[in-house]
Design a protein around this ligand. Structure first.
Ligand code: HEM
Length: 677
């Protein structure tokens, strides 16, 4: 694989036409760099325009369940409540407040997404955009069907854990306010049998997706409408609005701080914390240690009865799919493993110290995996080095790059368009594998949305974990698996929703700037005709876009960005790569607690940092399976001669003895009593 060399984002240099924004640009790059994944050639991975009827009879599924009571209530916005003055602490707060000491509200749960470009609403305030011709934009479902395919193309290099970890990071960074995400939304914009509810009677947050006639899936059952509820914005909030166009709200902290494990507030955290030995609550069932059960099983899961397993965690989306529930369990068990280790090494520690120290180590390992193992696959190691997202920092050396001028908020363009491109990696078949990597069976994804109990059955937890470490993810391209394209959250129905349609509709709901505007912002050539997209999008796909949109100016960011040829060494085209790189730069340098920082109070000792840099996905899986004894060292990558399966004991482990013995603190700050040796 050829690595790109031509990209360099220059931070903190506002781009002239958009001077209100944190600017960056690419250095010029030759078109020949765009060669991987989506291709420019005419015969390139097809988007399977001739959609066959792929649908079989539905398997018997669970009965429809009640609404999820623990999910955010539509129409209601929780106000962020950061303190006016921050106390200096060695530990992060749970809601993200006071990460930035002068601006305590930055990155806090229940605040606005950031934006690179001003929103594009039809009325300038909040109405979804229209074509520049004044007409409606093409149906999101139609765009999903015509511009995107559903071919099953396994990725030769990366495993399903690679996809699944991305969803973990996503859930850590953002969640649209007012959404239920996976549970049926109480606001109905379509009737239960898929007919549109008239505009006069529909709720004001409705923005239903119109299904085109002759839809290859939905026409079979007469579905004309997919439910879609708009994200709550600052204009819906009594505590946020300061005038201007609507800005969507996100209900989780923007930092990579494992908020999905620990919760986004003291309240959420108290509900899942044991308050003994620094541990989080785990419950024993059938000899295993599992996430605690939800108190509203039929509300939170698509459970048939209240005896089914349905989890409670730091993030309400925990039950959405089996792979996600597995990694949430792994990260929870890792916390308790560390807390128990620290307790044995430091018997004088109280519950709070053990909890916070274990949390701090868990987050640091996770950030190490994010930046040094996972992100290089997506963004390219060289691109990351060049743009100062990672460093070649030897041993225990610090990287003191916290920048108080950087806003760590999650960008709307990132969460609503660029990062969702990786929905393309989702696989609809989940294999169960033995320790010898023999296939024992497999699950169909849409049978198990919101029914995580399957991971507790028999040896499924380990078999699925091995499966995700062995099975390839779907290639990152224009194809989206049928299981999420026609069967998403289908419950016991023949069909469900379409994730690609939801992505496109959400782009419009959030009024994202157009694909063409974003190209220009990213230093690429602005297109003045359809043909001008040809530098990055193949001609047959441009033809499809032409058949959908009235003008090249209308193309949604989510759509155009997902159709670009990839930059060599990365998993995205230049426009999305620009957004993703900018996001993960901000997420790093805008986090005062980033694990490589050498601050005396919040950081680690050089010895500890040396250990933390040994953290890996493989070790995490080895340590937190029920009984996993072997793994390939690079668990995001498929097994190969250079990445063979080895006994877990061969995989480096973070040595917790470096956290023994805290010496009395001798700094000038009298409020702080201890520091690591
Ligand atoms: C089986 C796997 C997955 C399923 C079923 C799934 C499903 C969903 C659903 C239903 C939404 C909300 C759609 C809407 O109404 O707007 C969503 C949002 C999102 N997904 Fe996924 N997803 C999966 C994996 C991933 C992966 C692998 C990534 C990235 C690497 C990802 C990134 C995102 C992002 C960034 C959002 C928006 C988050 C927010 O700000 O609310 N997802 N996903």
């Amino acid at each position: 694989v050829k690595i790109s060399t031509g990209y360099h984002i220059v931070h903190n240099e506002p781009h002239q036409p958009y001077s209100g924004y944190h600017g960056f640009q690419y250095l010029s790059g030759a078109p020949s760099q765009y060669i991987i994944g989506n291709s420019l050639s005419h015969g390139a991975p097809a988007s399977s325009p001739a959609i066959q009827n792929p649908f079989t009879q539905p398997a018997a599924g669970p009965a429809p369940s009640a609404y999820g009571h623990s999910f955010p209530t539509p129409g209601q916005v929780t106000c962020a409540n950061p303190p006016a003055i921050c106390e200096k602490s060695a530990y992060r707060t749970l809601d993200g407040s006071c990460n930035h000491l002068e601006r305590p509200g930055l990155g806090v749960a229940n605040t606005k997404y950031g934006r690179l470009l001003t929103p594009k609403y039809a009325d300038g305030l909040s109405a979804p955009p229209r074509s520049i011709s004044g007409d409606e934009l093409p149906s999101a479902r139609l765009v999903s069907l015509v511009a995107f395919g559903e071919q099953d193309v396994p990725d030769p290099e990366f495993t399903l854990h690679n996809m699944q970890w991305g969803q973990i990071m996503t859930h850590d960074m953002s969640m649209t306010a007012g959404a239920t995400q996976s549970k049926k939304h109480p606001t109905r914009c379509c009737t239960d049998d898929g007919r549109l509810i008239g505009l006069d009677t529909a709720h004001k947050t409705c923005f239903a997706i119109i299904v085109p006639p002759h839809d290859p899936a939905y026409a079979q059952v007469g579905t004309e409408c997919l439910n879609f509820v708009r994200t709550l914005t600052d204009r819906d909030s009594r505590c946020q609005y300061a005038g201007g166009p609507a800005e969507q709200l996100t209900v989780v902290t923007s930092y990579l701080d494992l908020s999905l494990v620990y919760g986004n507030s003291i309240q959420q955290n108290s509900d899942i914390r044991e308050f003994q030995g620094g541990r989080m609550i785990v419950e024993e069932r059938n000899g295993g240690k599992w996430l605690p059960l939800s108190r509203n099983v039929t509300g939170d899961c698509d459970a048939i009865d209240s005896s089914e397993v349905c989890y409670r965690a730091g993030d309400v989306r925990v039950n959405q799919n089996p792979g996600l529930a597995i990694l949430q369990t792994v990260l929870l068990r890792e916390h308790n493993r560390i807390a128990d280790g620290l307790a044995a090494l430091n018997p004088h520690y109280d519950d709070r110290t053990l909890f916070q120290e274990a949390r701090k180590i868990n987050i640091a390992q996770y950030q190490q995996i994010n930046y040094y193992e996972w992100l290089p696959i997506f963004l390219g190691a060289e691109n990351m080095l060049k743009n100062r997202l990672i460093y070649k920092a030897p041993g225990g050396s610090y990287v003191n790059d916290f920048d108080p001028n950087i806003d760590p908020s999650v960008l709307n363009e990132h969460a609503t368009a660029a990062f969702r491109y990786f929905h393309s990696q989702i696989e609809g078949r989940l294999d169960l594998l033995s320790e010898l990597r023999q296939v024992l069976g497999s699950l169909t994804l849409s049978d198990w949305f919101n029914r995580p109990g399957i991971i507790e059955v028999g040896d499924n937890f380990d078999s699925l974990t091995r499966g995700h470490a062995t099975q390839p993810e779907e290639l990152t391209d224009i194809n989206f698996d049928r299981q999420i394209k026609h069967f998403l959250f289908r419950r016991n129905m023949p069909f469900g929703s379409d994730l690609r349609s939801l992505d496109i509709q959400r782009n419009r709901d959030h009024g994202l700037a157009s694909y063409n505007d974003m190209r220009e912002f990213c230093g690429l050539r602005r297109a003045h005709s359809w043909e001008d997209f040809g530098d990055l999008i193949s001609p047959p796909i441009i033809e499809k876009l032409k058949s959908l949109y009235a003008s090249h100016e209308d193309v949604d960011l989510t759509v155009g960005g997902s159709l670009e040829a990839h930059v060599a060494g990365s998993l995205a085209g230049p426009t999305f790569l620009c957004i993703l790189t900018e996001q993960f730069y901000r997420t790093r340098v805008g986090d005062r607690f980033f694990f490589e920082n050498g601050d005396k109070l919040t950081g680690f000792t050089p010895d500890q940092l040396t250990e933390l840099r040994k953290a890996s996905m493989a070790r995490l899986l080895c340590d937190n399976g029920n009984s996993i004894s072997s793994m390939q060292p690079q668990a995001f990558k498929t097994v190969s001669a250079s990445n063979p399966i080895v006994p877990c004991s061969h995989i480096p482990q973070v040595d917790l003895t470096k956290w023994i013995d805290q010496k009395p603190y001798t700094s000038a700050d009298p409020s702080i009593h201890y520091v690591k040796k």
